[in-house]
Structures are given as C-alpha cells and as structure tokens.
Design a protein around this ligand. Sequence first.
Ligand code: B16
Ligand code: MG
Length: 225
Amino acid sequence: MNIRGAIFDLDGVIVDTAKYHYFAWRRLAEELGFDFIEADNERLKGVSRMRSLDILLEVGGFGPDAFSEARKEEMAARKNGWYVEYISRMTPREILPGVLSFLEQVRADGVRTALGSASKNTVIILDRLKIGALFDAVVDGTMVQRTKPDPEVFLTCASMLGGGILPAECVVFEDAEAGIEAARAGGMHCVGIGSPEILRGADRVVPGFAGISWEDIKNQINTLR
Ligand code: B16
Ligand code: MG
C-alpha cells in the first residue's frame, strides 16, 4: 500500500511551542511554591492540558486529592491565559527549519496532509504561522473525546482526508511518546521528530525536517512493509 496521507503533530513538530507551555507551567509552579525544571516538562509533551496539570502537581509533591476539581480548572485556565499571551506574539519565522519545504514536497507528490494536535489552541497557532492552507484537514483537541495515546485524533484526520484513505496508508510525524503510541494504536506508520532514545516506538527518528526529503522518508517506509 502506498502512503496517501501524511499527518503532522503541531507542538514540537511544526513549531516549538513546548517552550511556551513550559514557561506557563513553570509560572504556575512558582505560584504554588516549587521549581518546575525542563527535564520534567518532557512528560507533558503531547498530553492534554488537565493531564499535564496532574503531572505538574505530582512533580510538586501534591497528592491526587490536594485540590478540588474547580480549583484545578481555575489553575489550568490561568496557565492557558499566560500560554495564549505567549503564542499570540508568534510569527511565521518560528516555523521549525525545513518544515515548509517538506510539506510542499509531500503535497507535490499527491499525498494529502493533515494536522493532528491535542492542543485546543491550534487555530490561534495556525493563524499566527499562516500555514493553514498547507493542510487538507485539521483535527485538534476541541474535536476529539479521547486524547493521545488514544488514536482518535489521528483516525479522525484519516477519515477527514477523504478518498477512503486507510490508517495503514498514513504516516504520522510526532515528537511525543504519547503521540507515537497513538499512531501505532491507530495502525499507522510513524516518524519520530527528536531523539531516538525517547521515541523508541517509531519506525524512524529524525532530529527535525532540515535536510530531510519526503522521497527518502517514503522509500524507507515502503521498505519496512
Ligand atoms: P493546550 P500537540 C499538545 O500539542 C502539547 O504537546 C501538550 O504539551 C499540551 O498539553 C497539549 O497539546 C494541550 O494543549 O493546553 O493548548 O490545549 O503536541 O498534540 O500538538
Ligand atoms: Mg507534539
């Protein structure tokens, strides 16, 4: 089966918003009286906002019942307010190296493209980066019930791409362990963006899109079958 759909995660793949999430979570941690170091931030990548808050509170030494649900909703909303302030100042120059050329190569090959993100702020980011037109479908955290590592976001991307594209005809580009697991659970091929030590479940891991050609990735996936 040939690859007919390419699905891209947003945070950490198209743009480095992980740093803005980190700044905002760190600000909340400071208010709660503890340091949130960058190494712990790795655990928050790709997971939902409320799950991220639970992990943050665990890192800070708070038990699961330390705060009421209402208080947690309020904390997550405050963190999101800071995060939205940061991302509202983003410019297209923050698109990661090689991304635009890679997307153009994929599309020129007749492969449909989708964006599959856990983020409920996807629309703001795409608008700031001015790259919405490069995706045939966009599925974000406002459109799914279950978050990664559940495959719902990527399976929804595949069906929204139309043309009867099957999961096995899709490749997912992901920077987070939860996202790699989601792609696998959905029966899709998966390319990790980042470090091979962290992204063990991927078919192949590349450090980023700079110097990476679609032809090369496609040929490698075809030889895996
Ligand atoms: P928000 P992705 C994910 O986006 C981030 O990696 C993760 O760190 C974040 O908690 C999640 O979105 C939710 O984001 O608070 O903006 O709704 O990597 O799936 O594009
Ligand atoms: Mg990501």
